[in-house]
Write a protein that binds this ligand. Sequence first.
Ligand SMILES: NC(=O)c1ccc[n+]([C@@H]2O[C@H](COP(=O)([O-])OP(=O)(O)OC[C@H]3O[C@@H](n4cnc5c(N)ncnc54)[C@H](OP(=O)(O)O)[C@@H]3O)[C@@H](O)[C@H]2O)c1
Length: 290
Amino acid sequence: MTDQTSPETTSATSSTASDGTPDLSAVTVSVLGAGNMGGAFVRAMLAAGVSPQNLRVVNSSDASSRRAADELGATAGSVSDLTGSDVVVLGVKPYQLDAVMPEVRSALAEDTLVICIAAGTSLAALTEALGGHTQLVRAMPNTPMSVGEGVTHLMASDDATESSVELARALLAAAGIVVDLPEEKGHAMIGAAGSASAFVFTIVDAMIDEAVRQGIPRPEATRVVLQTVRGAATLLQETGQHPAVARGAVMSPGGTTAEGIAALERGGIRPALAGAMDAAARKSRAMSGE
Ligand SMILES: NC(=O)c1ccc[n+]([C@@H]2O[C@H](COP(=O)([O-])OP(=O)(O)OC[C@H]3O[C@@H](n4cnc5c(N)ncnc54)[C@H](OP(=O)(O)O)[C@@H]3O)[C@@H](O)[C@H]2O)c1
């Protein structure tokens, strides 16, 4: 990352709180496309401290913008709000990007931070479509962002200033964890995070069905499985234990867990999960023409 911070290129939002994080209360944001993911990002930005009157939601019609703004607790805006915003978020579908780019491009000041959450694009393509705009970040969240537990892959333009990247990070941080990795890791991140939430949903679904088959009523089965998955993840996160060590702690010689783990291994759980992650990453590469 090249920090080219100068009085001209420093974001208008560079004031920082006492702990060093950007002060978001005065940041003005326009979100072009506040649907499922854009809406989740709006909620995260409000939780991060952006004030509702400074957060404009711009959808494909005034009625849709008003509906989304009311639901999200933000303010309905119009395309004219893009001009003068400190941050412009592109939350439209990938195939809708081309149509909105000319208006976005003409609205940008040199220091406007653009955050694009669309899949299937690249920093190079976005930079070109925006006429060489430098303050550009791609953010690829997964759907648990909607409950503040997402994983967002942050990819910044080489020419973005450090203050722009820190602002993007601060806006995203209320939605879960933010992972800085080069753009070329995006396909691997689809397999490890983007698509992986759906792999976990499938595992949870299978476990609930089997708990029901074993005689546990479905509401209890659902609570039990969800808390077990959440508890296992929290235990690993909070203790830093290697998963194999945590697993070993549950396995008594000749016991129930050892029997169950042996069944999982015979069923091919490792190649199945690795295969799913690899298939998603491969598909992502193929879709982007690599
Ligand atoms: N779903 C995921 O897991 C996931 C993960 C990471 C990233 N993404 C990315 O998130 C983006 C949005 O996906 P989504 O599932 O949230 O789609 P979505 O719910 O359909 O939202 C798209 C939004 O764009 C608005 N829109 C469409 N055309 C517009 C225009 N010309 N001007 C202004 N607003 C316009 C729509 O407004 P109206 O409702 O008024 O039409 C809608 O609010 C995609 O690019 C996707 O690649 C999705």
